[in-house]
Design a protein around this ligand. Structure first.
Ligand SMILES: [Zn+2]
Ligand SMILES: [Zn+2]
Length: 363
């Protein structure tokens, strides 16, 4: 029997089975680590999140190095450049984004902000295949070969995707114009008609808004568009980021840093503020001529979200599927079958020709 360990070390990224010593993996949908060799489950004494702690943005910007950061082993993909935090259990894995084998000599160390919370994987890869095949069945004009091939997707990888969330209190003073519509009759004789015009008046005011958890994906590989498509995230079920939940999965490194993420969050907040100002102006139309916003109490945190990624090449092009590891919601790029679309167009044209023929017959 291999070395038996009583305690699972928290500092290391490998967790060994207390029964047989094999490497343990987090078992989706549970709070246990699972041994594939002897079947033993080891409970993770995860801390339940009662009061979510947010980090202070100002303080972090000043003292980045000394605060909640850790030296992390990072492995990069030579082909697509995706970077993930290296985990001992994954020695022989392929890059989830392009399929290129990751090479251990490509590991380097970096100082990174520690994730505060994560949503553990809830669905297993078997569950995901069910969701993927349902999604494929619903695809119009997809090549048959694709449907067949995607169903036996052996290349399904669970990835924890880094995401920033930001809170802020905002106070905005604005100057603008309120437009009231009215109708007027113009022209004479045959050209007589009513037109709608707008009467504008100047106005100003104040809007205060509090933003809670504005989410900005920090991944280079998964765009925020895709992350929006596979929403929602049950963030109320987040747990403290414990390495044991990461065991057996890939954790992507954040490539959008905290400041860049904040700039994106700010532009999301700005458009909500504009909407609130327009509501405040009222009337039928609104113009915002100037606005001054003070952001205060800015808080942030780094969280990890569970996404299954499947990629494969079809006719020399790389396609990706992304599946929410909690809900099974799928989003993906997909090829179209030229043959199927051509047939559909021809069928449509024949119907149109027949229709025109009968209309002409009957008139
Ligand atoms: Zn075991
Ligand atoms: Zn890659």
């Amino acid at each position: 029997m291999a070395d038996v360990i009583e305690e699972i070390p928290l500092s290391s990224n490998t967790y060994q089975c207390p029964n047989c010593g094999a490497a343990l993996k987090y078992k989706p949908g549970t709070i246990s680590l699972h041994c594939d060799y002897c079947g033993t489950d080891t409970l993770i004494d995860a801390k339940v999140v009662e009061d979510v702690q947010e980090l202070d943005f100002e303080q972090y910007s000043r003292d980045f190095e000394t605060l909640n950061t850790q030296t992390t082993k990072v492995i990069g993909c030579r082909k697509c450049g995706a970077e993930s935090t290296f985990e001992e259990n994954l020695k022989s894995t392929d890059c989830p984004y392009c399929g290129m084998p990751l090479i251990e000599s490509d590991i380097h160390e970096e100082r990174l902000i520690k994730p505060s919370y994560l949503l553990p994987f809830k669905l297993s890869d078997k569950d995901i295949n069910t969701y993927l095949s349902a999604w494929f069945k619903g695809l119009w004009f997809a090549p048959n070969e694709l449907k067949k091939r995607a169903l036996c997707s052996d290349r399904l990888e669970g990835v924890y995707v880094p995401c920033w969330t930001y809170d802020a209190q905002t106070e905005s003073d604005y100057r603008g114009e309120r437009g009231i519509n009215y109708t007027r009759t113009v022209g004479s004789g045959k050209n007589r008609r009513t037109v709608t015009e707008t009467r504008w008046s100047y106005c100003s005011g104040h809007v205060s808004l509090f933003f809670d958890d504005v989410m900005v994906p920090a991944s280079k590989m998964i765009s925020s568009v895709v992350m929006n498509k596979i929403e929602n995230w049950d963030t109320m079920n987040m747990v403290e980021a414990d390495n044991r939940f990461l065991s057996g999965f890939i954790t992507e490194k954040y490539v959008i840093n905290m400041q860049e993420g904040y700039n994106t969050a700010k532009s999301i907040m700005e458009s909500d503020i504009d909407y609130a100002i327009r509501q405040d102006i009222g009337g039928d139309k609104q113009r915002i001529n100037s606005k001054k916003t003070v952001f205060s109490d800015i808080k942030f945190k780094l969280i990890l979200l569970p996404v299954y990624i499947s990629s494969y090449t079809y006719k020399d092009k790389l396609y990706h599927f992304f599946v929410n590891g909690r809900t099974g919601r799928v989003s993906g790029d997909r090829p179209y079958s030229v043959a199927k679309i051509t047939l559909a167009i021809i069928a449509g044209l024949i119907l149109l020709a027949l229709f025109i023929y009968f209309v002409n017959q009957n008139s």
